[in-house]
Design a protein around this ligand. Structure first.
Ligand SMILES: [Ca+2]
Ligand SMILES: [Ca+2]
Length: 339
């Protein structure tokens, strides 16, 4: 007998045992009771009759009212480990409440309950905290350079006891993917009550020409899924339209298209008749000078604005900085070369 509940049974005849009754009149009747509840039955909880010493009751990891003393009749009993004699806290249909002593008190070597926890005693296990996240992979649609997109992740507690989220994290260093503060700044854990959900946002802003992938780790007190990973991928949207015919105003620099493929037009404005030396140059992500465009950009010495094409077909794909500087002002913009 494994994972059985015998509760609230009544007999009015014979030895008056409402629980287990075993008689070896006709045959041997050894039996083993494990992970079970035998409680609240009329008369005795077990009655053994041994005419031939053929009945043997083995009891382990069960809630048995009265303990070993609660067995009437013959005392051929092997009282194993893990038995208790405590009110199981039934709620009316052989199910137990969340403070029942039968929860997680079954044989630790028995198969786990469907919620991932140690076996309970009785016919119905108590479904504890159980994390559910549908979004295990998030794919952002192609996103324009410099723009921000977001998508939600929902964590649901499918169980009957509070689910504790202890961490939602990803690599935040120079990241193109990040999440809300968890769940607010300084909080160490988030409690999701039974059958409720918590939704947070995943943000994506492209920061390279390649496809970008990051992993978000969600840790909780769910016994069989203490860490869940969500894979997030995204990519930058390529620009295909013709170049914009606008010049920046005052002291500014812009590039179009951006991201670009092989070459981009850099437009700049430096104000009227700048009296100070100017420089326009391109740097890579590590700060190394890639090319100095000063000479071709400022061919006309006193222009308030102008443009120059940067041909980058010999450069590797990636992020580049365009830096316009005078002795008292600097403007830097980020560009993305895609191949
Ligand atoms: Ca359990
Ligand atoms: Ca689970």
């Amino acid at each position: 007998m494994d994972r059985v509940t015998i509760w609230n049974n009544t007999v009015e005849m014979g030895v008056g045992c409402g629980g287990l009754y075993c008689n070896d009149m006709d045959s041997s009747a050894n039996f083993t009771v494990s992970n079970s509840i035998i409680f609240g039955n009329s008369g005795s909880q077990a009655h053994l009759i041994n005419h031939h010493d053929a009945v043997l009751l083995r009891m382990g990891y069960s809630d048995f009212e009265g303990g070993v003393e609660g067995v009437n009749g013959s005392q051929r009993i092997e009282w194993g480990e893990g038995n208790i004699d405590t009110d199981p806290q039934f709620v009316g249909d052989c199910r137990v409440t969340d403070n029942s002593p039968c929860i997680d008190s079954g044989d630790p070597d028995a198969p786990r309950d469907p919620d991932g926890t140690r076996s309970d005693m009785g016919a119905f296990y108590f479904h504890q905290r159980d994390i559910a996240i549908e979004e295990r992979e998030i794919l952002f649609p192609p996103t324009p350079w410099g723009e921000l997109d977001s998508l939600p992740i929902t964590i649901t507690n499918d169980g009957l006891t509070p689910l504790e989220i202890t961490q939602i994290s990803n690599c935040l260093c120079m990241s193109c993917v990040w999440t809300n503060k968890f769940p607010y700044e300084g909080a160490e854990r988030l409690i999701i009550p039974p059958e409720e959900s918590y939704q947070f946002q995943v943000y994506f802003r492209p920061d390279s020409a390649a496809s970008m992938a990051r992993t978000i780790f969600i840790t909780s007190n769910d016994p069989d899924e203490p860490e869940i990973t969500v894979e997030v991928t995204g990519q930058v949207m390529a620009v295909e339209s013709d170049e914009l015919d606008t010049y920046p105003s005052v002291y500014e620099v812009s590039a179009f298209p951006n991201p670009f493929n092989s070459s981009t037009r850099i437009r700049f404005a430096v104000g009227a008749r700048p009296a100070v030396p100017l420089r326009l140059a391109i740097y890579d992500l590590s700060g190394r000078l890639v090319t100095d465009l000063t000479h071709s950009a400022f061919r006309t010495p006193h222009s308030a604005f102008g443009s120059v094409i940067w041909n980058a077909c010999n450069q590797p794909a990636g992020v580049y900085f365009i830096r316009l500087e005078s002795s008292n002002e600097v403007k830097t913009i980020k560009t993305l070369l895609m191949k």
